[in-house]
Design a protein around this ligand. Structure first.
Ligand SMILES: [Zn+2]
Length: 261
């Protein structure tokens, strides 16, 4: 089993949008990551980056307001399907697409994998259709409201289907707060051991290390509980934590075609 790291361009933003009350107005450019896990029984994507349309006409696809706050910079070649093809993977071979949540920089590739199960929390799919006003801009219905998708709707950590292959190597961890149905991914690699892909439940290392809220959060108290849960896993079981949008930490990772084992 092995893991690959990908980047679908960047968002040119401001730091306080990632750490509440800190770095107000300070320019902050963050990566848009996604991950591929090659398991003997399947090919798992964790998140899918931005939609291809963002490379063509971002204001049309995301809207002026979102582009003002989180200006996406990507080319058509950064789209998930193109990047996987370069490494020899066809969309038909992807068996599972696990979505941390359905925000626009994560769900842009939904629908591009015809044989995949799309695994989200039931609470997330519901909220994506009827978000609170302050998260409306982050959900692009054209990205996720596609016909004939094979959705698997999970209900929190108690759902046994969150252990994707039943062998404990790829497991979903419910981490609500950033959004109501946010989920992180636990990956147990044969050589490097356990990895925790936080998604946006922890935007940056600062959020894992200090008591600061994420800049965009649906439920602050749920977010705090999820961060505590992830710190516990890190401290007691030695998980390597990969945060969602940390420019410095992400720069230290090696992108595909490098493979982590
Ligand atoms: Zn994000």
């Amino acid at each position: 089993m092995r893991l690959r790291v990908y980047q679908c361009g960047v968002l040119k933003s401001r730091k306080h949008l990632f750490t509440m009350g800190r770095g107000v107005g300070v320019p902050f450019t963050v990566p848009v990551p996604f991950f591929l896990i090659e398991h003997p029984k399947g090919l798992v994507l964790y998140d899918t980056g931005n939609a291809k349309e963002v490379a063509i006409d971002k204001i049309k696809h995301w809207g002026q307001g979102v582009c003002d706050a989180y200006d996406p910079v990507m080319t058509v070649d950064d789209f998930v399907v193109e990047q996987l093809r370069r490494d020899g993977f066809t969309p038909e071979n992807v068996t599972h697409v696990v979505l941390s949540h359905l925000h626009l920089d994560h769900a842009g590739g939904v629908g591009a994998f015809p044989n995949a199960k799309y695994i989200v929390q039931r609470a997330e799919l519901h909220y994506a259709y009827v978000p609170d006003f302050f998260q409306k801009g982050a959900y692009i219905r054209a990205d996720f409201a596609k016909p004939d998708l094979d959705w698997v709707l999970l209900d929190g950590d108690g759902d046994l289907r969150g252990d994707l292959f039943g062998d404990g190597t790829v497991k979903i961890l419910a981490t609500p707060g950033h959004t109501p149905g946010h989920q992180s991914l636990l990956v147990r690699l044969p050589v490097s051991g356990p990895w925790l892909l936080t998604g946006d439940s922890a935007y940056t290392e600062e959020i894992m290390a200090e008591d600061v809220l994420p800049g965009l959060v649906q439920s602050p108290s749920d977010a705090v509980k999820s961060i505590a849960k992830m710190r516990h896993l890190r401290d007691t079981q030695g998980y390597r934590v990969i945060t969602g949008h940390d420019p410095e930490a992400f720069a230290k990772l090696q992108l595909s075609p490098y493979v982590y084992t």
